[in-house]
Write a protein that binds this ligand. Structure first.
Ligand code: PLP
Length: 353
């Protein structure tokens, strides 16, 4: 949900208003170290190489692939929506031999299909929470049975919103974004790399900016000495630090429970208004509810009305589902019962119920 009666974390807004620090100022270095530590807590990992990549979630995706994929590396990618497709594109640009495993949009990607797609993949990649369809793909089984492959997981829309356990599950590389369930403006991509994956970072990745061999010495695990690589986006790091602080003050489990409760309330309310759920049962994301539009409801005008008259932004369907499906985000600081109630009330009014 967009602007409307949101409840942004005041700490995040205050972080942007703080006096600017230099990027090698010891005070900034301490803030960065603490941010990385908070990221370890939300990723549920002890990985030393855990840091915010400068750039949005897609920069995290690119960093994840470009550091471990060499030309010709077989890379299996689960594709059940836009972000799986983007992974294929990124992996291909790294020179990978991409093996896409396509399933219909709205369905999760079965672990067995990914595991049997190639005899010896270098990487198996999957999107944990597919934002284009509202579907969760489980990664535990994949992590357990991946063999020698690295398991690379997109948790842009899952981190902070639903359980994600990097270490307990055995995820090798995971990246996220600040603006989804962490409730911080867009601009950084939290990334975590297991020791197993770290040993396989290629010596000269095909990106200078995202080369973890260099970034790791700057924004990575504290080594005592930090060498300049690129100027960190100071204000964004401060905002992420504050946003993670708010999430951890609430408690990660409490944040998951809040998202779950709002998702449930939203699913029930939307069905009562005549919308049918789109995503596969048992794999529906509470933070992103997808619904088929009822017969006769005009997509564009209804969404425009919701935004203009009620200050509520609802996402349209993507790809072949444009105009037929809605994607209702209820994530981060916007996952509050009052926001669900105001959307349902607004819809009831618009639909004349
Ligand atoms: C939003 C999103 C991305 C891309 O993040 P940007 O911040 O838009 O670059 C990648 N994967 C998933 C699942 C997303 O929801």
């Amino acid at each position: 949900m967009g602007p409307g009666p949101g409840n942004p974390y005041p700490e995040v807004a205050q972080a942007f208003a703080r006096p600017m620090l230099g990027h090698l100022d010891p005070a900034f270095v301490a803030l960065l170290d603490e941010t990385c530590e908070r990221l370890r807590t939300v990723f549920r990992t002890t990985n030393p190489l855990t840091l915010p990549i400068s750039g949005t979630g897609s920069a995290g995706m690119e960093a994840a692939f470009v550091n471990v994929v060499e030309p010709g590396s077989p890379v299996v990618v689960g594709v059940n929506g836009v972000f799986g497709q983007r992974m294929c594109d990124v992996a291909a640009r790294c020179g990978a031999e991409v093996v896409p495993v396509e399933v219909p949009w709205g369905q999760p990607v079965p672990a067995a299909r990914l595991l049997e797609a190639h005899p010896s993949p270098a990487v198996i990649a999957v999107v944990h929470a597919e934002t284009s369809t509202g579907v969760r793909t489980d990664v535990e089984e994949l992590a357990r049975d991946k063999g020698d492959a690295l398991l690379l997981v997109d948790c842009v829309t899952s981190l902070g919103g639903i359980p994600f356990e990097a270490d307990a599950w055995g995820v090798d590389i995971a990246y996220s974004g600040t603006q989804k369930c962490l409730g911080v403006p867009p601009g950084l991509a939290p990334l975590t790399v297991s020791e197993r994956a770290r040993e396989r970072i290629v010596p000269v990745p095909r990106s200078w900016y995202l080369d973890l061999n260099m970034i790791g010495r700057y924004t990575g695990p504290a080594t005592g000495t930090r060498t300049y690589h690129h100027t960190a986006p100071i204000s964004m790091v401060a905002a992420l630090h504050a946003g993670l602080g708010a999430v951890l003050d609430e408690g990660l489990e409490a944040s998951w429970a809040r998202h779950e409760a709002c998702g449930e309330q939203l699913r029930t309310g939307l069905q009562a208004l005549g919308f049918e759920l789109f995503a596969a049962p048992g794999h529906r994301l509470p933070q992103l509810t997808t619904v088929w539009l009822p017969e006769g409801l005009d997509d564009a005008t209804t969404r425009a009305t919701l935004l203009e008259r009620y200050g509520i932004e609802v996402g349209g369907g993507l790809g072949e589902f444009a105009g037929r499906v809605w994607r209702v985000g209820c994530m981060g600081h916007t996952a509050r019962p009052r926001n669900v109630v105001s959307l349902l009330g607004a819809l009831a009014e618009v639909l004349g119920r």
